[in-house]
Design a protein around this ligand. Structure first.
Ligand SMILES: NC(=O)C1=CN([C@@H]2O[C@H](COP(=O)(O)OP(=O)(O)OC[C@H]3O[C@@H](n4cnc5c(N)ncnc54)[C@H](OP(=O)(O)O)[C@@H]3O)[C@@H](O)[C@H]2O)C=CC1
Ligand SMILES: O=C(O)CCC(=O)C(=O)O
Length: 486
């Protein structure tokens, strides 16, 4: 740490503030654990109380603005964020490791999401329904839920909070946001865009602190009317239980164990490209990442050798370097988890064909790097085929036919995304019909969420709600049915 290490604060009621207890912590660069990216707060419950009080006080005036006026703020935030794409992208790469092009791409996606929801301020929010009383006017409108608690993860530190905050704001809610500690510097840069756009004080507040204090505090706070969460299954369920216990609304987006099926008739080159992109971009740290690669036996060996050839070409390194394809894991704990799954895979009898080790050479030795791992001879019940690893690990599973492929694709507690590579329309239709996943993609990788379409999982992957697109209105508002008789 040097005297010039930047210091970041909480954002409460329109001001940057130190945490009340004065405690701080460091945000570390996963590409080099000796580099401190910023000094960030380690906030207390009192900071949360202040943020909730500010959000509560601001919500009425915010709700009373026209949707178009709220939208104008979001358009301004989008313009500011767009002008800071490089700065925000660099902060993201330095805090959680994804490559700079991916980080800048994600920032651009945040801008697009802001513009999409800014436009929502002008769209319809209800229906006219014929009343059984000929003189009456029966219609629906929408009310904001009040103050929304946003708990966001580190893997998409711009896009995920924006796809929660933007709809919350456009539909008239105030927000208390707890970003992942891992990416608090990136979060502060996002927050600064809202501040510079002149968002009224208290409408959006940001508190940086531990999940067990600030996150849990949000889940349990009586003045937070709804909580939206993305992260691990265990924490998501605890958040949901705390919200349910006090009758608050909640929305959970959690893990995935996403399959790609490679049919015997697939274009294998395209399938290899999609498997690599879906499984290994962002170092496999996407809830939509491909992790189970289910291949029909007739093309298994050919697919495997093409995949190995291409994976061997991927350059692991610092995400800021232009030649890097794959950055480090986001933190040491994540790296240890990935390495422990790789050991477990070997212990369970899978064959590690490639990677799965820490590079020991030069600059990489100080980072949380794991080379991309490919496992052969995987069976569906192995832990590496069942549990979310959240790292650069692909597991290859051989099947006899399409029916078996779909059965195994569904043989998981999760149901977030799934894809198939095939040229046969019958295979594609069967897959779309039978696959138990919220996002199913034909001849496309498992990741790749479009901001204007609903996103969410089946089974253990979500609380069965949907985010993004117009689906977001269901969580951030309540329907009010209105009957008026002169
Ligand atoms: N679905 C997805 O997109 C994601 C899935 N994951 C999965 O979770 C695993 C662990 O990652 P991790 O970062 O620990 O995920 P967590 O679920 O712990 O973190 C997600 C968010 O929840 C917060 N949080 C942590 N504990 C609590 C709590 N008790 N109450 C309320 N909020 C809390 C975190 O805060 P803080 O950062 O301060 O701990 C963070 O803001 C990964 O290996 C991966 O499998 C992780 C991230 C995203
Ligand atoms: O695939 C994507 O773009 C979104 C992934 C996501 O929501 C997540 O990893 O949490």
């Amino acid at each position: 740490m040097t005297n010039s290490t930047p210091v970041y604060r909480n954002y409460i009621n329109g001001e940057w503030r130190d945490s009340e207890n004065g405690k701080t912590q460091h945000s570390i660069n996963p590409a080099n654990k000796n580099e401190i990216v910023g000094i960030i707060p380690d906030s207390s419950k009192q900071d949360l109380e202040d943020a909730v009080a500010a959000a509560k006080a601001a919500k009425l005036a915010w709700r009373k603005l026209a949707g178009v006026q709220r939208g104008n703020f979001l358009f301004k935030v989008a313009d500011i964020m767009e002008s800071r794409t490089n700065e925000i992208g660099e902060a993201m790469t330095m805090e959680m490791g994804k490559t700079l092009p991916e980080a800048k791409g994600e920032t651009a996606r945040g801008v697009a999401i802001l513009r999409y929801y800014a436009g929502e301020g002008m769209r319809k929010i209800g229906d006219v329904i014929p009343s059984s009383d000929a003189d009456a006017f029966l219609y629906t409108t929408r009310s904001p839920i009040g103050t929304v608690g946003v708990i966001s993860p580190w893997n998409f530190p711009v896009a995920i909070p924006i796809w929660k905050i933007a709809p919350a704001l456009i539909y008239g809610n105030s927000v208390v946001w707890k970003p992942a500690t891992e990416t608090a510097v990136t979060a502060a840069k996002v927050m600064q865009c809202f501040h510079d756009a002149g968002l009224p004080s208290g409408v959006l507040n940001m508190i940086v602190g531990s999940g067990s204090v600030i996150g849990q505090g949000i889940a349990e706070h009586a003045d937070i009317n709804g909580i939206t969460f993305t992260g691990s299954n265990a924490v998501g369920k605890a958040v949901g239980q705390a919200a349910l216990a006090r009758g608050a609304k909640y929305q959970l987006e959690m893990g995935g164990k996403n399959p790609i099926i490679i049919a015997a008739d697939a274009d294998l080159d395209l399938a290899v490209e999609a498997t690599i992109s879906g499984g290994l971009r962002s170092t496999g740290q996407k809830c939509t990442a491909t992790s189970r690669v289910i291949v029909e036996k007739d093309v298994y060996e050919e697919f495997k050798s093409k995949l190995l050839g291409k994976v061997a070409e991927l350059k692991v390194g610092n995400g800021l370097d232009s030649g890097t394809w794959l950055g480090p894991c986001a933190n040491e704990k994540q790296m240890d988890t990935v390495l422990s799954y790789i050991n477990k895979g070997v212990e369970e009898g899978a064959v590690l064909l490639h990677g799965g080790t820490r590079p020991a050479d030069g600059d990489l030795a100080d980072g949380f790097y794991v080379t991309p791992a490919i496992f052969d001879k995987v069976t569906s019940r192995m832990s590496i085929a069942q549990e979310e690893i959240f790292g650069p690990v692909l597991t290859l599973i051989e099947v006899n036919d399409m029916q078996e492929a779909i059965e195994l694709a569904n043989d998981t507690d999760y149901g977030l995304s799934a894809s198939i590579y095939t040229r046969n329309i019958g295979n594609a239709m069967l897959f779309v019909q039978e696959m138990e996943a919220g996002l199913v993609r034909v001849n496309a990788e498992t990741a790749g969420v479009e901001l204007q379409a609903p996103f969410g999982g089946m089974k253990q992957s979500s609380s069965h709600s949907r985010e993004q697109g117009q689906a977001a209105i269901e969580f951030y508002t309540s329907i009010k049915t209105v009957f008026i008789k002169p």
